[in-house]
Every structure is written in C-alpha cells, then in structure tokens.
Design a protein around this ligand. Sequence first.
Ligand SMILES: Cc1cc2nc3c(=O)[nH]c(=O)nc-3n(C[C@H](O)[C@H](O)[C@H](O)COP(=O)(O)O)c2cc1C
Length: 190
Amino acid sequence: MNTLVISSSPNNDGLTAACAQAAMEGLKAGGAEVERVSLNQLDIGKCQACDRGWGTCKTKHRCQVQDDFQALHERACKADALVLVTPVYWHEMSESAKAFTDRLRRCEGNRGEESGLYNHPMLMVAAAGGSGNGMITCLASMERWIDHVKGRKFDLIPVNRWTRDYKLVTIRAAGEALAGLQAEMYVGRL
Ligand SMILES: Cc1cc2nc3c(=O)[nH]c(=O)nc-3n(C[C@H](O)[C@H](O)[C@H](O)COP(=O)(O)O)c2cc1C
C-alpha cells in the first residue's frame, strides 16, 4: 500500500510541515508505505491554458508544459491514497498547491470513472497559522477539487495555531485510519 503525502509550504519547520509529519507517522503506524513530496522543492509552473483553453490535458490527459509536473502526476495516480497539506494563504491553498492541483485536475478531471484518481481516498489539511481566517474556504476549494477528479473524501481537517496540539493528534489518527481503510479496500472488502 502506497500513500503520497504532498505538502506545499516553503517552511520546513512550520505548521504545514508538522501536519505532514503527523500524517506520515499515523500512516506508518497503520502499516502504509509513505512517500513525501514538498511541492516547493519542485519546478511545477502554472497552467498555460494552451490552445485557447485546452491542450493535451483534454485530449491525452497529459500536460504539455514540461517540468516536474509529469513525474508527480504519475506518482499521484499510482499512489493508493493522497494526503495534501497546504498552508492557508489568502484564505486559499498556497500557490504551489494551486499550480499542481490545477494542472492535475485538467488532466484527470474530465475522465469520469477513468480518472487516474478515481475513488482514491484523500485526506486534506489546511494549516492557517496567521489570523486563523480562511481555513474553511481553503478546504471548500480542496473539496471541490476532490469532486472534480473523482477522488474519495476521507477527511478535511482545518488547523490553526490555537488548535495545533490537538489537531496534530487528530491528523496522526486520521493517517492511521486512512492506512486501515486502504487495507480494507485493497482486499476488496469495501
Ligand atoms: C501570503 C500569505 C498569506 C496568508 N494568508 C493567511 C490567511 O488567509 N489566513 C491565515 O490564517 N493565515 C494566513 N497566512 C499565515 C499562514 O497560514 C501561516 O504562516 C502558516 O503557518 C503557514 O504555514 P507554515 O507554518 O508551513 O509556513 C498567510 C501567510 C502568507 C505568507
């Protein structure tokens, strides 16, 4: 069982990193294999809206803008489950998370049950370290994204600096439960 944990903060020791670490610990405790990716260490540019709106994302389900997106697209689809942890910027996902999810949605979002992410359980975490405003707006956007790529919502967790301690415990528990869900799915019991 393989889970990809994607984080999208430039800070290696901030709230986002702590949430990603908690998810990884829980996943591992639940028996999952875990890979971690930091989007800010990759070269993933924004969607170019090729050919007046749609490019090969629509026709071939591949992005024609060549950078680190292609490899991560493949890894995300191969993973049994996804965890995406973003800092809340301007009540939204961070720019690196937006760039990646926008392009992934274009490739997989118009494929119905053929989506490479179809039914993949997803755990989303929005880490708001400032005012605490915008956690829910951010998660609402992440929820829409899951709907568009036909993933399965496992959980959407908001965290801010006041809730940090107990939410890290929650995120770890969510990771462990997600690993258990994967095992159930893998043997076809769900
Ligand atoms: C450009 C920018 C916009 C931000 N917007 C918000 C916001 O809307 N709401 C909020 O609570 N915090 C906001 N913050 C604070 C971040 O959510 C906070 O710094 C968070 O801890 C970032 O995660 P990190 O610890 O991994 O860096 C913003 C930070 C930046 C840099």
